[in-house]
Design a protein around this ligand. Structure first.
Ligand code: FES
Ligand code: FES
Length: 158
């Protein structure tokens, strides 16, 4: 299969690589860039475990071709913290016990990050609606929603 050159910026770092036309962003991130935060869950767009941000919007890396992100900016869970300082959402997930096995957590946090960037003061209903594509097999939704709500409130009060 003919490979194509793509250039993408991942977590602020620009990289050029050759990819096959059918190569998935998730495999590029995990196997070639060793960014294993985004998880391979269902592989068919049903669970949200592979969610990353592409140009600031949530994208399912298991359904996104690497060629489709040529020239784009990708952020994974590894790119959220600023040095030693966790993203406020990461802190809130820890504070609220919103991480059980942790498998859904990177995708859930990336989706929540996009929500709060779009709508800094979402209602509980809006949060539940926004994260509906992210499945938590540990069913920790109550803590997850509380974490997102508290993060939004903290920002409002700041
Ligand atoms: S692994 Fe991508 S949606 Fe499930
Ligand atoms: S914490 Fe286990 S799947 Fe969500």
């Amino acid at each position: 299969m003919t490979e194509t050159n793509v250039t993408l910026t991942v977590n602020g770092k620009r990289s050029s690589l050759r990819v096959r036309p059918n190569e998935l962003l998730l495999n590029v991130l995990r196997d070639r860039m060793f960014l294993t935060g985004a998880k391979y869950g269902c592989g068919i767009g049903e669970c949200g475990a592979c969610t990353v941000l592409v140009d600031g919007r949530p994208a399912l890396a298991c359904l996104t071709l690497a060629v489709a992100v040529d020239g784009k900016e990708v952020v994974t869970i590894e790119g959220l913290a600023r040095g030693d300082e966790l993203d406020p959402l990461q802190e809130a997930f820890l504070d609220h016990g919103a991480v059980q096995c942790g498998f859904c957590t990177p995708g859930m946090i990336m989706t929540a990050r996009s929500l709060l960037d779009e709508n800094p003061s979402p209602s509980e209903e809006e949060i539940r609606e926004y994260i509906r594509g992210n499945i938590c097999r540990c069913t920790g939704y109550t803590s997850i929603v509380s974490a997102i709500l508290s993060c939004a409130k903290e920002k409002e009060e700041a």
